[in-house]
Design a protein around this ligand. Structure first.
Ligand code: HAM
Length: 421
């Protein structure tokens, strides 16, 4: 029979790796609370319309990367390819905007895109991200970018990452720029790739994103979106830069950075990693002041980012050192069947008191259990044999230095509390 394996582009996260994920998740929760953000969890599938209306029909994600199907009742459903649109949907559905003028949220969870799998690019991957609603001011942009920076710093990868920053202006500015850019490109239109020719009509700004060398060269003298900024766009973008400088967060201005989704306005940014190779985008985000209204809510400014957790883990060279081994305090060695009830109840008491206790349910020999105890990384082994059971005592063996003492079972918790004080 054929062995069933994971679907292409998906991965199991095995026990040897889950503690790295836990370290990353803990840091995300920690930075979230330090900045006053609250966690939100939304379903992994939504109505397809949500993504089509928010990200734009012509984007790569909506036009070719979504896992969509028709449900039995005829509803079109999609596995979420990102979480911004679901979070905005939830914000509107639960009137979160009326509860407080600011709603600052973060999330962790899987996303799905049917891309061609390669290193750092999966079909089920995990994102964490933040979305801040209610302030259109540049200090909110700076705060969101600072959060990303904090997480990178805590993981020890801020030095090997680079922040690229741009403003794509307000919608009016972008409309004007679209036309200017099209005029610039039009004479060389036939030299563009098929994709870029299509984008010329649907979303010409995305041509600036091109990876093709000849197109990059052709775009060298292209007009810049900054030529179309309104006074307010200019003030906003300069203020974001001033605030980042004040926080000593280094960045590079990249007038070609446009990002692939339609909902962005003004600030857009990306952190890339120098250690990742082709898929080097660690995280990306930007402002989306029109999105809440587009999805049927009251006009509310917003800004956020999302990061690929698999890429973070790849970029974290120091992860082994940071994650350490999971801590096992005690290995319980029980030598006969009659002792099992005592062993189970003593183990439970120790766990209630906060100790990590491993027990052995295979009824193996003392030698085999002691070998496991040493392998487990536990600091102590507790040994319960016939004599100990009769005397209501227990042997405590220090696995580091080999010392062994016998104590009363009733003193066990007190003994450990005293040791670890
Ligand atoms: P995005 O740039 O499409 O933005 O994705 C954010 C991050 O998710 C990327 O920088 C990358 O690290 C990771 N990522 C994307 N696709 C894959 C994949 N196939 N495999 C592995 N990692 C991947 C968004 O999703 C926006 N929602 C960000 C945002 C939040 N903007 C405002 N708020």
């Amino acid at each position: 029979m054929r062995q069933i394996r994971t679907v292409k582009g998906t991965h199991d996260i095995l026990p040897g790796d889950t503690n790295k994920w836990q370290v990353l998740e803990k840091i995300i929760h920690g930075v979230g609370s330090r900045f006053g953000y609250q966690e939100i969890r939304t379903p992994i599938f939504e109505e397809t319309q949500l993504f089509a209306r928010s990200m734009g029909e012509d984007t790569d994600i909506v036009s070719k990367e979504m896992y969509s199907w028709k449900d039995r009742d005829g509803t079109n459903l999609t596995l979420r390819p990102e979480l911004t649109a679901p979070v905005v949907r939830s914000f509107i559905q639960h009137s979160l905007g009326t509860a407080a003028p600011l709603q600052r949220l973060y999330y962790i969870g899987p996303s799905f895109r049917r891309e061609r799998p390669q290193k750092g690019r999966l079909r089920q991957f995990h994102q964490f991200g933040v979305e801040a609603f209610g302030s259109g001011n540049p200090e909110q942009d700076a705060e969101v970018i600072a959060m990303a920076w904090h997480i990178l710093s805590q993981l020890g990868i801020s030095e090997s990452s680079a922040l690229q920053l741009n403003s794509i202006g307000s919608p009016d500015c972008r409309m004007a720029y679209r036309e200017t850019l099209k005029e610039f490109i039009r004479p060389n239109l036939d030299q563009l790739s098929e994709t870029s020719q299509k984008r010329f009509e649907t979303n010409p700004l995305r041509i600036l994103d091109t990876k093709a060398t000849h197109e990059k060269k052709m775009l060298e003298g292209a007009p810049s979106v900054s030529d179309c900024y309104t006074d307010e766009d200019k003030w906003h973008f300069e203020s974001v830069q001033d605030f980042l400088n004040a926080m000593d967060i280094p960045f590079t201005l990249n007038p070609r950075l446009v990002r692939g989704l339609d909902y962005y306005t003004r600030t857009v940014f990306e952190f890339t990693s120098k250690t990742l190779g082709a898929q080097d985008a660690l995280l990306g985000g930007g402002r989306y002041d029109g999105l809440v209204e587009t999805l049927g809510g009251k006009a509310t400014p917003g800004i956020g980012f999302a990061a690929g957790m698999e890429r973070f883990l790849m970029a974290m060279e120091e992860i082994e050192q940071k994650s350490g081994e999971s801590k096992n305090d005690i290995y319980f060695v029980c030598l006969n069947e009659e002792g099992l009830s005592d062993a189970l109840s003593l183990s439970n008491e120790l766990r209630q008191a906060g100790y990590n206790v491993i027990s052995d349910p295979l009824r193996r020999s003392m030698k085999a259990q002691m070998r496991e105890a040493n392998k487990s990384g536990a600091r102590f082994a507790l040994i319960l044999g016939e004599t100990e059971r009769e005397q209501k005592s227990i042997q405590v063996k220090d696995l580091k230095n080999g010392d062994q003492i016998s104590i009363a079972q009733s003193d066990l918790i007190h003994h450990f509390q005293h040791l670890t004080k």
